[in-house]
Design a protein around this ligand. Sequence first.
Ligand code: SF4
Ligand code: SF4
Length: 145
Amino acid sequence: MATKQSRLKAKTKTGSCHRCSGLCCRYFALPIETPTNWKDFDDMRWYLAHENTSIFVEKGDWYLNVHNRCQYLAGDHRCAIYEIRPKICRTYKTDDCDFTGDDYQYQMHFTSEEQLSKYMKIKFGEKVLDRLKGRAKPKRKARSA
Ligand code: SF4
Ligand code: SF4
């Protein structure tokens, strides 16, 4: 399975890369803070409201995945700027990459805002829709004696 670092990087065209369509050049994933409260999850709804994004959890770490191919991935699946490709691409290895590794084993994977909202409903309770609409009733103040 690809590791955290491998998802953050692209590739060199050696070994397995010659037989691959450049899978690792078709997205990037960035680590995000582990969500702990309503606001954190609401921010993630905003991420997922954008096209071609998903959020996954791997080994307890949360990532924003952006499914967007690199503009320099050429039609022959080679890098059009190979000689000057970014360092992150130069240092990426095929060990356990998208092509050579096992299937992903996400702990969780949210591919839409709707999915995440359902999860929030379970996590935060039935009042979630009211909160989504900003209609949650404020807590009553304690009466003064
Ligand atoms: S996914 Fe693996 S084999 Fe394919 S281009 Fe990237 S590093 Fe090479
Ligand atoms: S710069 Fe080249 S190696 Fe790096 S992601 Fe783009 S196509 Fe892949």
